[in-house]
Ligand binder design. Structure first.
Ligand code: ADP
Length: 414
């Protein structure tokens, strides 16, 4: 009887103990899982614990999924900001750099890893930048020559956002600034080039006006004719300048000449020769060698103007008694070359790279005296570029110059 009673008491006790032990083990497994790295699979179990683990597993998978999605979004956002052509910097408390993209690092000369956390004004100490950050005028960008990236002109916009954060946008406007300077210089040059002859013409008109009619101030007919001739010369100079400006502008805005239009080079070179013979008026020995291809593909008026410009320059910059050779040859690779070789003044090497700039002259006085506009070689360069050709210049001061227009095989017509 006692044994039955004992058994009835002990067995449930043992069962309870076993159940408790099992629960304890599962609890330990759960704690171990909770302490394991994120993403560790939930332990397997049956029954009630299995259901609990499965529910946890589902939650943990959902959390991992949303974490992955969030990370993907963040990566996408980072890739997007890195791909922006503008620089982006996020500043936190005390102007500390919290994040910047690679364009901002390049623009500002910063290091995207090393400089994180540093106050930006410790790294960029330009007073105008420091002042601008302290009190950015709404919507007005700062133009900055950054000391950390010399030679660059930057446009910086600062915008406050969130709680105490600032967004800095940077843009490299060096190229734009250069273009703007070129435009300003060009306008100033044109105005200056027109002003001088215009002043002379206006002066002669005044003189002649005052001298009309008989009386004390009357100008003798011979003098009047002389003044008119001088005024006419200056008017001619203005006319040539305007013509060259119009030619340049047409070349700059127009499409390149078609490759299928055939230009008769023999006829073109004969015309150029006639022009320079007449300009030289017997002062130079002028020869033409035209063994090159008969046809070139391109625009006839443009090519005529470029070849003529190089040839007339040779006459204008070669003292009397010198010789000029116009040579048209085929080149071994299938292209062709038009060379103008003179025994003239020559050019010092430091000027050569700049000769095709608008209004660049080695000797301003000499250029004007010989009727130059300072635009001839700029026109030649444009015409050649439009024909995929290039200009090569060799020169020795006092000995002479060679200007070569080198055309590719694709422009040599069959
Ligand atoms: P310009 O109207 O002044 O001749 P160009 O653009 O044709 O303008 O030429 C620019 C400058 O290049 C000239 O002012 C001159 O100083 C120099 N130059 C051009 N061709 C020659 C040459 N054959 N010999 C010496 N100098 C030259």
């Amino acid at each position: 009887m006692i044994e039955v009673g004992w058994a009835l008491g002990v067995v449930p006790g043992l069962v309870l103990l076993l159940l408790g032990l099992r629960g304890h083990i599962q609890l330990l497994r759960l704690i171990r899982w909770a302490e394991a790295p994120l993403g560790t699979p939930v332990p397997d179990a049956g029954g009630f614990w299995g259901d609990a683990f499965a529910a946890l597993h589902k939650r943990s998978r959902a959390a991992a999924d949303s974490r992955r999605q969030l990370q993907e979004e963040l990566d996408r956002l980072e890739a997007l900001t890195q791909a922006l052509p503008e620089g982006v910097v996020i500043l936190g408390a005390g102007q500390a750099i919290e994040w910047l993209n690679s364009q901002a690092a390049a623009d500002l000369g910063l290091d995207a890893a090393r400089d994180l956390g540093a106050p930006v004004t410790n790294l960029m100490r330009e007073p105008e930048f420091v002042l601008y950050l302290e009190n950015p005028p709404h919507g007005v960008p700062l133009l900055l020559r950054c000391l950390r990236t010399p030679g660059r002109m930057l446009q910086i916009v600062s915008t406050p956002f969130g709680a105490g954060h600032t967004l800095l946008l940077t843009r490299d406007i060096t190229q734009l600034e250069k273009l703007e300077t070129m435009r300003r210089d060009f306008v100033a040059n044109v105005s200056h080039e027109l002003k001088t002859p215009l002043t002379v013409v206006a002066g002669f008109i005044e003189t002649l006006k005052d001298g009309i009619g008989p009386g004390v101030g009357e100008i003798p007919a011979g003098d009047a004719a002389h003044y008119l001739a001088l005024a006419g010369e200056q008017a001619g100079r203005m006319q040539r300048l305007i013509d060259d400006l119009l030619t340049l502008s047409a070349l700059e805005t127009g499409a390149p000449p078609p490759a299928e239009e055939r230009v008769d080079m023999r006829a073109l070179l004969a015309e150029v020769r006639e022009e320079v013979v007449s300009l030289s008026a017997g002062r130079h020995d002028i020869r033409l060698e035209d063994s090159g291809p008969a046809w070139l593909s391109g625009g006839a008026p443009e090519l005529r103007s470029a070849c003529g410009n190089l040839a007339t320059n040779a006459v204008r910059y070669t003292p009397p008694g010198g010789s000029i050779l116009l040579a048209w040859h085929a080149l071994p690779h299938g292209g062709a070359e038009y060379a103008v070789i003179d025994t003239g003044l020559g050019i010092e090497s430091q000027h050569i790279p700049r000769l095709t700039e608008r209004f660049y002259r080695v000797d301003r006085g000499r250029s004007r005296e010989s009727g130059g506009t300072g635009l001839g070689l700029a026109i030649v360069k444009h015409v050649l570029e439009r024909h995929q050709a290039r200009l090569a210049i060799e020169s020795q001061p006092g000995r002479g110059s060679t200007f070569r227009a080198i055309f590719p095989a694709s422009r040599v017509a069959a």
